[in-house]
Write a protein that binds this ligand. Structure first.
Ligand code: CA
Length: 676
């Protein structure tokens, strides 16, 4: 293995891989990289143009030290190596032995679809044998009026003993197949899937669920990590499986999880981390050194990820690798969307290609894709490729989304400066930014094409939870209330255009006891606290009402590039802002009807009440900071003026314009959305 210090060698490789000759001679375009295992036989194909010979090593288990067979692989076209047999090798573990110069390099398969415990040995898998019962009938629920994405870590979801999950399934994929769980098994207070259904979220976003390195799959249950350290991109993580040593088990259990989530009405988004790997000691690096990783002109490794290795997404075979991986998860595991970690380290061309391929394969807009439009540092992207950063949004297709840090920080304050408040807890001068947030920053200084490019949010797994942040940033002598700031923050982002996103537990005031980065903190701090979820029922109900209301507001759900034109009037006062919005149904909306032709929204973050005059008409109360279910009461505003209490918001609606048919549909949906 080459050390990171062999900079001269790295420089030579960089110029080799960047040359036209290499690109023409070694770009492999045929399908079938990895091990393809069916009833007809098994074919192994590895791409390694710089190996001088490759052997296939076969093992009986994923833990055997010695192979039971060593087979010579034949040289194929474009730098590939092949071994074919008529035998179905399902369940056989394997590695490659590559001769590089004088050295033998032993590695797992970068294209592995299954692996043994801790991912060091790959496994040939006949995928048809891993399908749970009725997998062919599995289908995602219909596309919702709005994307309301709920971010969950697989272990965090069910580890808390109070959640009532069976002991053997706690922290596992299998927990997602448990229906009707309840708090301490009391049969009354729903947890798990029923709780999420009740809340009304539409998408479950799984934090890293591909095989990652930092949790020992043989080790104690007390281990915890978020999992942003990829090891096998195309294999599910083993520590969430009931038996990580048998390669097919994690695959079947992952599929069972997806099947159950779909059945219970959720679409599933996967968090994918193609920008870096756990380390440079990876199958990608071992099979083609420094091809899949970026290096600087001086031969040192790139570090835009702050993890010591940046994936070179712009190189043909690397772009192919990432695209195929995404398509594989979508096809084989029925994943409905992808959240790209540090998307700013990938290039715009690749992101657009992924989006187009998903649209072509599954229908326009069927699969949601979005990512973090930033990186931890600069990265030496080659050949004029453009990083998928926020400033380059104009180069991204309108349906590649981005987390909106502008909205997040305007509402709650700077994400890294704990004590710095935002609009909701006393910082002045942010009124205009709050209105820009409502318009999903379209037609502003941020180069956003349409709300389809924007994820509006105030909490995610990174940084402080919303509760911890607002607690830190609200000065005790300010006269401001953390709880009011919290409800105002929710009221604001839920009335912003763009798709909505939240960290699990935001709806019950989740805390990590002030810990800013909990990526490897004990599970006790990270676990979803089901007792707290019920202790804070009032806040959960408040979120539930806002979510149900949001789905009835096509003016906010509009993802088209004309959506910002719906804002008919915007106004600001010191520490207050508001808008009048055209809420009528238009083409391209998934809302079934619109009860209100216009909505009027006021955000008041000041410590004094504020009164606003309303446009003509009989306005109905839809929600305010105390009650998010006012829209069920049809109570109207008197005197055409409205007062927003200190640190609060008000949402009003002007009824009208619904056909009888639309009204019936609307009532049907209303019945499904639950009551206060
Ligand atoms: Ca693992």
């Amino acid at each position: 293995m080459m050390s990171a210090l062999d900079t001269a060698v790295v420089r030579d490789l960089k110029s080799l891989y960047s040359s036209k000759g290499f690109e023409e001679k070694y770009t492999y375009t045929k399908a079938g990289l990895g091990a393809v295992c069916t009833w007809a036989g098994t074919e192994f194909t590895l791409w390694s143009p710089i190996a001088s010979q490759v052997w296939l090593l076969l093992y009986k288990t994923g833990e055997d030290e010695q192979p039971y067979q060593k087979l010579v692989m034949a040289k194929g076209p474009q730098g590939t190596w092949k071994y074919c047999t008529k035998k179905n090798l399902h369940g056989v573990y394997y590695q490659y032995d590559l001769l590089m110069g004088q050295n033998h390099v032993i590695t797992g398969d970068p294209y592995a679809k299954a692996c043994g415990i801790n991912g060091q040995k790959s496994m040939a898998v006949d995928l048809s044998k891993t399908d749970p019962k009725n997998w062919d009938l599995d289908q995602a629920p219909p596309r919702p009026a709005e994307n309301i994405i709920y971010e969950i870590h697989i272990k965090e979801f069910s580890w808390d003993p109070a959640g009532g999950f069976p002991k053997d399934f706690r922290g596992k994929y299998k927990a997602f197949t448990c229906e009707h769980t309840s708090l301490n098994n009391d049969g009354i207070h729903a947890t798990g899937l029923d709780y999420l259904k009740n809340l009304g979220i539409t998408h479950v976003q799984l934090m890293p669920a591909f095989d990652y390195a930092t949790v020992d799959e043989r080790g104690e249950d007390s281990q915890f990590n978020w999992g942003y350290d990829p090891q096998n991109y195309n294999v599910p993580e083993g520590s969430y499986a009931t038996d990580p040593s048998r390669g097919e088990v994690r695959i079947r259990e992952f599929k069972e999880m997806i099947q159950s989530l779909h059945k219970n009405g959720f679409r599933v988004i996967m968090d994918v981390v193609y920008n870096h790997t756990y380390s440079l000691d990876s199958p990608l690096q071992k099979t083609v050194p420094w091809y899949y990783y970026r290096s600087r002109a001086d031969g040192t490794g790139a570090n835009g990820s702050a993890c010591g290795n940046d994936i070179a997404s712009e190189r043909s075979m690397c772009a192919r690798y990432i695209l195929e991986s995404v398509l594989y998860w979508a096809k084989e595991y029925h994943i409905d969307g992808f959240r790209f970690d540090l998307m700013g380290l990938l290039d715009t061309e690749l992101m657009n290609t992924i989006q187009k391929n998903l649209d072509d394969a599954f229908g326009p807009g069927e699969k949601l894709i979005f990512g973090e439009p930033w990186s931890a540092g600069a990265t030496p992207m080659e050949n004029g490729h453009i990083p998928a950063l926020k400033k380059n949004a104009k180069y991204l297709n309108a349906h590649v989304g981005m987390f909106c840090d502008n909205t997040r920080d305007a509402i709650k304050g700077h994400v890294f400066e704990g004590n710095e408040p935002g609009f909701v807890n006393g910082r002045s001068g942010l009124e205009e930014d709050i209105l820009r947030s409502a318009r999903a920053w379209c037609n502003t200084c941020v180069p956003v094409k349409a709300p389809s490019q924007v994820i509006s949010y105030v909490s995610a797994h990174d940084n402080w939870t919303l509760w911890d942040k607002l607690f830190l940033a609200t000065a005790p002598d300010s006269g401001l209330s953390v709880e009011k700031a919290y409800r105002l923050a929710a009221g604001i982002y839920m009335t912003c255009q763009g798709s909505l996103f939240m960290l699990s537990g935001e709806e019950f005031g989740r805390t990590k006891e002030g810990l800013e980065n909990s990526y490897n903190a004990p599970i006790q701090i990270n676990r979803l606290d089901w007792t707290q979820a019920w202790a804070n029922k009032k806040l959960v109900d408040f979120y539930r009402g806002l979510i149900a209301l949001r789905k009835q507001l096509p003016g906010l759900c509009d993802k088209t590039d004309k959506a910002y034109l719906r804002f008919k009037e915007c106004f600001i006062r010191p520490m207050a802002a508001g808008y009048l919005l055209d809420n009528r149904l238009k083409d391209g909306s998934f809302c079934e009807g619109s009860r209100w032709d216009e909505i009027f929204v006021i955000y008041n973050s000041g410590i004094k009440a504020r009164t606003f005059t309303l446009p003509e008409g009989t306005w109905e109360f839809l929600a305010n900071s105390r009650d998010s279910f006012l829209w069920q009461t049809h109570e109207t505003v008197k005197n055409n003026s409205i007062t927003a209490a200190p640190q609060s918001f008000v949402i009003l609606g002007l009824p009208g314009g619904m056909t009888a048919n639309e009204m019936d549909l609307w009532k049907t949906r209303l019945a499904k959305s639950g009551t206060k």
